[in-house]
Design a protein around this ligand. Structure first.
Ligand SMILES: *Cc1c(COP(=O)(O)O)cnc(C)c1O
Length: 388
């Protein structure tokens, strides 16, 4: 493909063997057999640096095909697959941290990652400090034993933007690894590796899977980071089955167009919510008055179906929960990125440590699915009307 070939075209061609069938076959496999002892020895010698078939856990044609598509998406060097997004995060952090080390993470990080730092990493003698979601003042928080700067941009629930090129530069001066959770952007809307990160992690469970029928995670690394990541991935015995890899690859093909449709509806819903007197604030970096809007415009290639909104303080948590229960088309459930609309209550006051959320209104998170926009707004309208 020529240098000028567009991203969407590249993505549609990535991971295909071009032998006739459009899609790579499903290679369910554990054992690979060799013709001679010499072949076997030769592969074992070369397999740390080359992608050669040797054993199922080290990759099959199915996982290689998906890896190729993800590396194309993220513009990375190599990628590794994990049974969940959380497993990708845990193994990636353990690839770069050892007892005595310290990690910096955003106060807007996905809650299970906060818990992993608080429990599993703390048990290993690895400490952590939260930095403000906009990344301000990060320099002062770097300690002599800090090894990883963990980024989630936009942040969870509040979708805070930070200037990744700027903070990556600060991190590189102190020899830190910059590891980004890129589930929001899923490689299409945001490309952390191009902005200075060493590893970009995605919960494939979300937009890449796209149909709420698959659990998977991936870590795509630049050339500097992949040897350590490969070692940890193999050491912790991480891989995925061929059927799941096939499903994820199927999702990749239509992701750009799905994201476009999610985003178009989410923006309309966000603007409609902003017009409602019951609502104090709408969180979405694509809104012109969002504090992260300028950075979003500079670094993101669009938005997705996620928005959160804060009710006026005069409404109680019980009333907020009443709004959620009154919604008919929004399923009450974890995760997002599937074709369907979802809603969950949030607890920012109980989670965040650097900002006091206790004096703010209840915050509700929506995932805007691919249902008709008029139906979704009618549903939100009747649910918000229960407040009066
Ligand atoms: C869902 C999610 C994960 C974890 O993915 P799972 O596949 O559910 O383990 C990680 N980070 C973010 C931002 C997520 O939304």
């Amino acid at each position: 493909m020529s240098e000028s070939t567009k991203r969407s075209t590249r993505l549609l061609r990535a991971g295909r063997n071009h032998t006739g069938w459009v899609n790579a076959p499903v290679s369910r496999a554990s054992t690979y057999v060799f013709d001679t002892v010499q072949d076997w020895r030769d592969t074992r010698k070369r397999r740390e640096t080359e992608r050669l078939p040797s054993y199922g856990a080290r990759g099959t044609d199915s996982t290689y095909a998906l890896e190729d598509a993800l590396v194309e998406l993220e513009d990375g060097h190599r990628g590794f697959l994990f049974p969940t997004g959380q497993a990708a995060i845990a193994v990636t952090l353990l690839a770069f941290l050892k007892p005595g080390d310290h990690i910096l993470l955003s106060d807007a990080s996905y809650e299970p990652v906060r818990n992993f730092c608080k429990h599993q990493l703390a048990d290993l003698g690895i400490s952590h400090t939260f930095y403000p979601p906009d990344g301000n003042g990060i320099e002062a928080l770097i300690q002599p034993n800090t090894k990883v700067l963990y980024v989630e941009c936009p942040g969870t629930i509040t979708y805070d933007m930070l200037d990744l090129p700027r903070i990556s530069e600060i991190a590189k001066k102190s020899n830190l690894w910059v590891i980004a959770d890129n589930t929001w952007g899923s490689g299409w809307l945001y490309q952390p590796l191009a902005l200075g990160a060493d590893v970009s992690i995605t919960a494939i469970t979300k937009y890449i899977g796209g149909h709420s029928d698959l659990m998977m995670g991936a870590s795509v690394a630049n050339e500097r980071a992949w040897p350590a990541l490969q070692k940890a991935t193999y050491g912790f015995g991480q891989t995925v089955g061929a059927d799941d890899a096939f499903m994820a690859l199927r999702g990749v093909r239509s992701m750009p167009i799905r994201l476009h449709a999610h985003a178009a509806s989410a923006l309309l819903v966000a603007q409609w919510l902003e017009s409602r007197s019951e609502i104090a604030h709408v969180f979405c970096p694509a809104l012109p008055n969002d504090p992260g809007h300028a950075l979003w415009k500079k670094h993101c290639h669009g938005t997705n179906g996620l928005i959160s909104f804060e009710l006026q303080k005069r409404y109680s948590q019980t009333q907020a929960e009443g709004v959620i229960d009154a919604l008919a088309l929004f399923g009450l459930g974890a995760s997002w990125g599937g074709f369907e609309s979802l809603v969950i209550p949030t607890d920012l006051a109980g989670t965040r440590v650097l900002t006091d959320w206790s004096q703010r209104g209840a915050v509700i998170r929506l995932h805007i699915g691919l249902e008709d926009i008029e139906d979704l707004i009618a549903d939100l309208n009747q649910a918000l009307n229960t407040l009066s």
